[in-house]
Design a protein around this ligand. Structure first.
Ligand SMILES: Cc1cc2nc3c(=O)[nH]c(=O)nc-3n(C[C@H](O)[C@H](O)[C@H](O)COP(=O)(O)OP(=O)(O)OC[C@H]3O[C@@H](n4cnc5c(N)ncnc54)[C@H](O)[C@@H]3O)c2cc1C
Length: 415
């Protein structure tokens, strides 16, 4: 099958509309909501909820494999989402992360839920009011090493009882203060079984025994809330386990159990890459615009030994952002075609996470003191950039996954 990254007229139309929205509605509010950490831009959130209900922007989750006359029919859902995400994050990363929607929680339901659970829980996001989904894996002793998690889920009658602590849950506050919101909590049903015992559970807003214990004060993406959660004999219905409770060997588990975490990330890592590209592009666009105002144009195509250092830096940044975008579009294209994309998703995130930190720092540097001043948003973009190299697996972890896939080593051989 040929890969064609020429965007369809429909996606281009969506991109144009979202670019205008990002420029005129999101960007002007970026500084305000960075300073008023955790305040919600309700006007924008409601507008975005309206867009999403109207079907703009696709959604996270695997592409459906459709056979037509022996050929796979291409879906554009994930590619559309990646394009939309890049535009909105060009507007502002903090505000964009505060937008309502399925988030990581919805992606986990998509990856691990039964058809009935998908219908039951995902329908909430298209109701009249905005709803947030969140996902909690990380614990004080389990970050990159997710298999080390300690939160337990024990069956008691027709309920599961959860005990443990989760940290750094994106949109946790938004999800839990909304009566229809939920957090997908990963917990072990059998601590002796290792990865095989780890299962996802839907914990709905208001579940008894669940509490927000901390709201993080962060360097970047400050409009988005990040919380710690405690579970003390937190009771949820037995049907809120996503997929099966059966403890099966991870090697044969498919998307059941722990493999579901990975399937969730296959869909979400390319979107983090798209977020990163949006922020990087914002910084580079501002640098080029300021240069143009000073009468400096980049002379594309001239001999490298006649280039100024500034021109070389700009072309280098543009090439890296484009490379990151191509890796990202390849990863979502595979998802749209129903192909497994773990390697490509990790490659896209590793590249984009690194590129955005380098690009935003370089732009601050090239703009001199003005780059460091709060008069412009460049310093903010430099702060917002780094998270893309941390959450949903750090840059080092993406490179580890890439190396394992390329070299054919298991996690026992390459740690
Ligand atoms: C703002 C924010 C939002 C977040 N949102 C969520 C969320 O919604 N849900 C959620 O579950 N988690 C979330 N996280 C947690 C995030 O996914 C973890 O912080 C991340 O996976 C790293 O885990 P850790 O913090 O335990 O660091 P560690 O795993 O302790 O890593 C520390 C350093 O060691 C490196 N390292 C670790 N292992 C290896 C290795 N084998 N080889 C090479 N280097 C290694 C890492 O790359 C990193 O540089 C969020 C974090 C932040 C900061």
């Amino acid at each position: 099958m040929t890969i064609d990254f020429e965007l369809s007229p429909k996606i281009k139309g969506t991109q144009k509309m979202l670019r205008m929205f990002a420029e005129n509605a999101v960007r002007p509010q970026a500084r305000k909501y960075d300073e008023e950490e955790h305040e919600k831009p309700w006007d924008l959130l409601k507008m975005v909820h309206g867009f999403m209900k109207g079907g703009v922007g696709g959604s996270l989750g695997g592409g459906e494999k459709k056979e037509e006359g022996g050929e796979k029919k291409r879906s554009e859902r994930q590619l559309t989402t990646a394009v939309v995400v890049e535009e909105i994050f060009w507007g502002d990363a903090g505000i964009a992360l505060a937008f309502p929607g399925q988030g990581l929680g919805g992606a986990a339901v998509q990856a691990t839920g039964t058809p009935e659970q998908k219908e039951q829980f995902l329908a909430r996001f298209s109701g009249e009011e905005p709803v947030w989904g969140a996902m909690a894996i990380t614990e004080p002793e389990a970050g990159s090493d997710t298999a080390n998690l300690r939160t337990t889920a024990v069956k008691d009658g027709n309920e599961w009882v959860l005990n443990g602590e989760k940290i750094f849950v994106t949109a946790g506050k938004s999800a839990l203060e909304d009566s229809k919101g939920f957090v997908v909590v990963w917990a072990t049903v059998d601590p002796k079984a290792g990865r095989a015992g780890i299962k996802p559970f839907i914990v709905e807003a208001g579940a008894p025994g669940m509490q927000i214990t901390k709201i993080e004060d962060k360097m970047g993406i400050r409009c988005s809330d990040t919380v710690s959660l405690s579970f003390m004999d937190c009771r949820i219905p037995e049907t809120n386990i996503l997929g099966s409770a059966e403890v099966v060997d991870p090697k044969t588990a498919g998307t059941k159990g722990f493999k579901g975490v990975m399937a969730t990330f296959d869909a979400t890592r390319p979107m983090v890459a798209a977020m990163a590209i949006g922020v990087g592009r914002a910084a580079l666009d501002l640098l080029k615009q300021t240069m143009a105002e000073e009468g400096l144009e980049v002379r594309y195509g001239i001999c490298p030994n006649r280039m100024t250092a500034l021109e070389r830096d700009i072309m280098d940044m543009e090439a890296n952002l484009k490379a990151a975008r191509l890796l990202t579009w390849r990863a979502v294209w595979m998802l749209d075609n129903g192909d497994r994309n773990s390697l490509e998703a990790s490659m896209a995130k590793a590249k984009a996470g690194l590129v955005v930190t380098q690009v935003t720092q370089k732009c601050v540097e090239l703009m001199g003191p003005l780059g460091y001043s709060r008069k412009l948003l460049l310093e903010k973009w430099m702060r917002d950039a780094k998270i893309n190299d941390i959450f949903e697996g750090t840059g080092q972890i993406q490179m580890l996954i890439t190396a394992r896939n390329v070299l054919g080593f298991g996690r026992d051989k390459l740690k």
